[in-house]
Design a protein around this ligand. Sequence first.
Ligand code: GTP
Ligand code: MG
Length: 424
Amino acid sequence: MISTEPGHERAYLIGVLLPGTSQPEIDEQMRELAELTRTAGADVVASELQRREQVEPGTFVGRGKVAEIKEARDELRYDLVICNEDLSPRQQRNLEAELKIRVVDRTELILDIFAQHARTREGRLQVESAQLHHLLPRLIGAYDYHRQGGGIGTRGGPGEQQIEVERRRIRKRLKDLEQELEQVRSQREQQRASRRGSDRKTVAIVGYTNAGKSTILNALTGAGVRAENKLFATLDPTTRRLQLPTRREVLLTDTVGFIQKLPTDLVAAFRATLEEVTHADVVLEVLDVSAPAVAEQAATVEEVLEQLDAAGKPRVVALNKTDLVGPATLRRVVRELDQRFPGAVPISAGLGWGLDGLLSALDRATGLDLVVIELLIPYGREAVLAELRQMGGLERTEYTESGTKAWARAPREAVRRFQDYLVS
Ligand SMILES: Nc1nc2c(ncn2[C@@H]2O[C@H](COP(=O)(O)OP(=O)(O)OP(=O)(O)O)[C@@H](O)[C@H]2O)c(=O)[nH]1
Ligand SMILES: [Mg+2]
């Protein structure tokens, strides 16, 4: 029995299971797609998966599936179809023509949530820019499709000339947005420059969406940021002062969360916001231990940090929501994550557990006098890399015949520990 609310849109979700993706992986993706759909304000009336060798180039799913979805229309009364993958402009157009209903892909769904949650001028500008970037090739795509003489559903659409006018209008708007965003970026850069003037270190809170980043900021600083059981509740960065046990003050910034398959348009458009992570001295990574896919979420965070050139920064890892799992699960999760993140701190931001340990870890990570060293680590000694990562941070690694070359940051007083491997 599907419970839906009157006035909510009713969504039919579809996904494809391709070789190379496992059943649990795709199940998790579909679960997340449903969560995104609900966050966007729609109800899920069906969630269908099709196993395929490859995506159907013209219609994403196969002919039979398209017919099946169409047939279910009367019974399920859905208002739109949402695909787990990103659709090519052609697939989207074809599907809409066949099903005679709006078809939305994963990126558009995420963009819709962002549009609903953007509060500040910066946030709005970035969302609009991402949306227009996503739309532009779709106009071109529609036009290409028209040229091929599309058939039912494509007649009576905007003609070539109108599309050209629309395209020019969007390009013009994108240029204006680009300029406004450049201003936002330079303002942020100035703020950062004045912060550097003070000797406070900056800490950026990062993690998968809904991991509890805002709750941590609130618990540590009383910031009063909105924390909700919704994906992408936070889009705009909030920075607060935080006093550490050694009485030093640091600046703690909460910002937008990450998600698997984060649309590249979005990462590009949110550069102003995400640069807070790129320029932070220390990264505070929050993992939700109650999420069944916590390991995959950690991998996603790692990928995005790499894109942001922040994977090598000194890092403190908080294992959050420990109140939601039993002791056995907690032990298992901690054991699994501890290999990658030695010294990770178990906490419950919601209940205020373990915050002292977290503050001490932040104290250590931000108080260090770090120097950059270059090392050559023979194969088989990878533990050294893990140690470096934890102590100060790995900037870059390169595989050579004689071992792994690594550029790392390490506390000045700890450099001696690595003297066997030092190149400079
Ligand atoms: N039980 C429990 N719930 C928590 C804990 N920390 C956060 N939550 C809940 O998890 C949900 C998400 O928390 P947020 O702090 O909004 O998460 P976020 O990482 O800022 O999420 P986005 O801004 O949406 O990316 C909220 O409903 C919180 O109340 C915790 O330690 N225990
Ligand atoms: Mg948040």
